[in-house]
Ligand binder design. Sequence first.
Ligand code: COS
Length: 380
Amino acid sequence: MMDKSFLSWPFLEPRHGALAESLHDWAASNLAGVDHSDTDAACRALVAMLGQGGWLAHSAPGANGLDVRTLCIIRETLAYHDGLADFAFAMQGLGAGAISLFGNAQQRKWLEKTRSGKAIAAFALTEPQSGSDVANIALSATRDGNSYVLNGEKTWISNGGIADFYCLFARTGEAPGARGLSAFIVTPDQPGFEVVARLHSIAPHPLAHIRLTDCRLPASAMIGAAGSGFKLAMSVLDVFRSTVGAAALGMARRALDAAIDRVQTRQISGAPLAELQMVQGHIADMALAVDAAALLVYRAAWAKDSGAPRITREAAMAKLYATDHAQDVIDRALQLHGGAGVQAGNICERLYREIRALRIYEGASDVQRIVIARQTLGGS
Ligand code: COS
């Protein structure tokens, strides 16, 4: 049974605790029956379910704005139950994030659809030659009268192939490097938009490589000001990086719970595994990592919700620590399960595959180290 004592920590309010409890109940009764054999279909079904359940309403701000603690609670809870459900929720938020934070009234109409599960969103930043190095984005958007003409490629795009719109970052060239990027809303029905390959990963979710060839967009498709794309992307990532840490936390909690159950029921030499000091040492390290991750995640989320203009350092710490340590917690849980831990379908085997990408997407662990070091040393 998941330890919910963190819900009474001062970073959180009673409404967060109530949300966590009701989402746990909903997830326990609704997620177990989702068929994962067709990843696209499962993801579409999950988006629709999360929309109908009212959970997606939290993924993009309505009247009350974006509450990062709420996003974290939801991701932690969904990830505890089902990694793909967490993915479906998270990508609605990330894909719509630029519109949520910087979109105009017309663009914000997309949010009605992402919040109800009637449209699927994607965040298209990474390119074959620029993932961590966002300032190096090459996909070009050339102004032509009242339009922009886009040419180039994006890869590892989550929800690629099933998304109804992509928040896509392109080089508009106002200045070299980071100051010459802009964000656009691109729909896949646009002539020149093509999904060139579907990509398959160790924990399946919809992923694609896309190409734009003379893809013409109205100038009104631009989100925010020309040249503001880099800062816009970083602001969105500042919010959602803490939530990646929260998802990792949910997976680590699930692994810890599975490990506790295992060591209390599995006998060795006539006594439960839990009586061995070496096993107790693992359980102690796992519990410590979970609590430390939770403190960092909810510290970052609370700071943003309390009005901090930037939480770059706090979010980077939360993501780095929570994802790297979740990997360790899950690995130890799997080890404590012995052969059963690597059996396909075992919860540890599933978590072992699901956690890996979280240490890479939305800023790989070493990018987070760069961010933390720069800020600690006094940079931007
Ligand atoms: N919020 C607002 N502005 C920010 C910012 C943030 N979080 N981070 C940087 N900026 C600003 C800087 O202040 C700087 O502004 P000025 O030009 O006015 O001085 C500008 O943006 C450029 O910043 P910086 O020089 O730090 O850019 P770098 O090219 O050195 O990039 C890293 C820094 C590596 C941190 C950035 O590229 C990054 O986060 N990469 C990872 C991206 C990622 O998550 N990729 C995964 C794909 S999404 S699944």
